[in-house]
Design a binder for this molecule. Sequence first.
Ligand code: HEM
Length: 422
Amino acid sequence: MDDLLALKPDVVRCPYPAYAAQRAEQPVVYSERLSGWLVTRHDDVLAVLRDTERFSNRLASGPSSVSGIAQRIVDDETLPERTRNAAARRIELSKARVLLFADPPLHKRQRALVNAGFTPRRVAELDTVVHDLAHRLIDAFPAGSPVDVVPAFSMPIPMTMIATLLGVPPERMDTFKQWSDAFTRGVGALEHDTDAVIDIFDKVDAFYDYFTEELAVRRESPVDDLLSDLLAARMGGEEPLSEAEILQMLVQFLVAGNETTTNLLTSAVWRLATDPRVQTRLRDNPAELPKFIEEVLRLEPPVQGIWRVTTTDVDLGGTAIPEGQLLYLVTGSTNRDPEVFGHPDDLDLDTDRARHLSFGRGEHACLGMSLARLEAKLALDVLLARCADVALAQPDGEVPFHRSFVLHGITSLPITFTSRSA
Ligand code: HEM
């Protein structure tokens, strides 16, 4: 596992043998490199996810927290005032602990209120948007030469879906993408690049300005959309969502929903391109696509692990862990736990494999899972109908992966294909 945490490229690409060894030898173990505990068995991870009292989401400095860096920007008098103000605004808004970083009862209230807007009807309304977009993107694939499915297909679909859900008009889509990138570009890595930091905080600020204005408009005249629903959501005796809570939720939709779904789509195309048997079977039986998508989620989870902190001394699978410790629950491992799945490393369309933990489980289970599943099903359905003989345009061993042990996915996937009429 040390090789994975040190981001050794071949282990990042395929961490599963390392997980299997860890699961068999020390399923709950402290890692110096992580400054936290690795938990790799399905049953242990499930027990943690179901127990929000002893295992908290209030991560002191969560992996996606940028507050520390933002504070340094506020304190750096050599930076322009607008950048320092933007960083201060980000810190202020981050104080509203929301969804991923909240515990009950705050989390329970937020989840109930957000569910009032994030309804199955609202997700289902996106059906034709995904379908039409997938066709338009494939129309633009270059004829007769390889196409990189990441920028040409897997990236624009989740981005456009979230923008549509948030009511961003098509002409603002490019700007929205820039804002979204600013949230996900990892300010940490750019800490010493002043121009990049200024650029990121300009865009983050523009995002907050835009949605603060949009919320103000809807507060005056509500319409039938998610933002209006979030403003109007009420639950017996509880405080409605504050503006800071709503803005931070929108940020979480961007951060949690874009790259994850992009990685799912790309991994699915990679599996199709490297397994012609499965490709033919699904083209002949598109009704099996949901099972295929669950298997891609199980085998190549876009999020390989989930973070928690112990609120008290606990015993986990026979190992004592003190209060206040960071836990990394390795869902990439639990999804291949042989105690739960027979022949766990094989893609199997004939058995029910739905017990994977790729969307988490319990109170924090992914809010966007039905949206991600809908996008994947419709997009792949169109791709299989329009593109025959999908194959890699480069050797499989050269396919590049993100340098991360948490976010798992391919950064570029050129494919060849034969056009078919839809
Ligand atoms: C394949 C795509 C996706 C994957 C693999 C994924 C994975 C996850 C996982 C593992 C969690 C649980 C985190 C925890 O327990 O701490 C989660 C939570 C969450 N996801 Fe997703 N996600 C995906 C797509 C989306 C989309 C499309 C959206 C939004 C539009 C979204 C929004 C969220 C939010 C807001 C939470 C926090 C829920 C809470 O804490 O109550 N996700 N996701």
